[in-house]
Design a protein around this ligand. Structure first.
Ligand SMILES: [Zn+2]
Length: 392
């Protein structure tokens, strides 16, 4: 908003300098304390709720805000005030600065000096922004390093807690011996022993962790997915989902026992890389690619095929895309002709359909045929498999 008036421009700059998180607090936002240091979430200052509103406070998307309820979104404090107070730019600046715009009574010489000073400030801002971006890059590289170390520490998943977990989830049939399990050709999972689960600087609990290697389109390691699992030696009271029940120390909310480390965009866990060529014993480049959200749901579709109709998946790979949003970033191998998207019916239906459409578009743009397999309402593919097993 050019005013051609130093005092007014300075006034707007003061409003621009207010970080989105600070603007949100001025509007009454109170973030929920959580492990996520990049996002602060909580009730929306516009429409309420409990955790639908979030502001990014670090990384390349700093100052971006978004509400899953009323849909307000933007990239700065002024935009947030305009959206919440349904007001115009000037009024929003006035709210943030705490004073109305002033008319200028500066001399020409003062105006000139002011402009020069503004140029210096602008350069300084650009320099500090460049430094910040460099730090973001360094942090990301460090996280990738940690993720790589963690993956390297993992041991083969067979006969480990991961096998117990997949049996408990009904993915591997109880009748299957540990030796049979190797025949399932499930790849890119490992088990890490006794990993602490950290939260807000403290350790909430420790358990064995299922690691999933995340690879980019070129098959390079980019990150690791972690699932903390119950102690299956302690037979009493293993929860249905086979994972520890850890709660937020303050508000008692159940904590998510799955976490990412490193990168995930464009990446996937290649749980099954393809069928085996009976002559060479090598993995064949897949023609069909089943792409699901979680390891458990994707394997819940794969294993029954493998056991009952293996001829249908002779040329198929099964990948976990980690979460629904990430599925729309997947880059598919050239050999793949058909992508089968696996949608879970256990989350918000409308949003799931929207995100699956985005994923379908992504596959279509890469010249693939697309099919969508949706599990029935309020279930995911793992629920279905469990019900079948329980009924048998
Ligand atoms: Zn809202």
């Amino acid at each position: 908003m050019p005013f051609n008036d130093p005092e007014q421009e300075a006034w707007v700059d003061n409003a621009r300098a207010v970080a989105t998180i600070d603007a949100a607090m001025m509007l009454g936002f109170a973030p929920i304390k959580g492990a996520n240091i990049k996002d602060k979430s909580g009730a929306c200052p516009a429409c309420g709720g409990t955790d639908r509103f979030s502001v990014v406070v670090s990384g390349t998307k700093t100052n971006v805000f978004n509400c899953r309820g009323c849909g307000i979104k933007g990239g700065d404090g002024i935009g947030l005030v305009m959206a919440v107070q349904k007001t115009d730019f000037i009024k929003a600046c006035e709210f943030l600065v705490g004073a109305p715009p002033k008319g200028s009574n500066l001399s020409e010489a003062d105006k000139h000096a002011w402009r020069e000073q503004q140029e210096i400030l602008k350069r300084e801002r650009a320099e500090s922004e460049a430094l910040r971006l460099k730090q973001v890059e360094i942090d990301a590289a460090q996280k990738r390093g940690w993720a790589k170390d963690m993956w390297a520490r993992g041991v083969g998943w067979q006969k480990s807690t991961v096998e117990h977990y997949l049996r408990h989830r009904g993915v591997i049939p109880q009748s299957y011996t540990s030796n049979d399990v190797a025949g399932l050709l499930i790849d890119n999972l490992r088990c890490a022993k006794a990993m602490p689960y950290q939260f807000d600087g403290g350790v909430i609990g420790t358990s064995d962790v299922m690691l999933g290697q995340i690879q980019n389109a070129r098959g390079e390691f980019i990150g690791v997915h972690r699932t903390w699992m119950s102690d299956f030696n302690d037979n009493c009271d293993v929860p249905k989902n086979g994972r520890p029940e850890w709660n937020h120390p303050e508000n008692g909310r159940r904590l998510e026992t799955k976490r990412m480390l490193g990168d995930k965009i464009g990446g996937a866990i290649r749980l099954v890389r393809g069928g085996v060529d009976s002559d060479t014993g090598k993995i064949k480049p897949p023609k069909d690619l089943y792409l699901g959200e979680g390891n458990e749901t994707t394997l819940s579709v794969y294993v029954p095929f493998r056991l009952i109709k293996p001829e249908l998946i002779e040329n198929a790979a099964f990948w976990s895309g980690l979460d629904l949003g990430n599925l729309s970033t997947t880059i598919f191998p050239a050999s793949v002709e058909t992508v089968i998207l696996l949608g879970d019916g256990d989350s918000d239906e409308e949003k799931t359909i929207q995100k699956l459409k985005k994923s379908a578009d992504n596959a279509l743009q890469q010249g693939k045929r697309v099919k969508i397999a949706f599990s029935p309402k309020t279930t995911d593919f793992n629920d279905i498999l469990r019900r079948v097993r329980e009924a048998a």
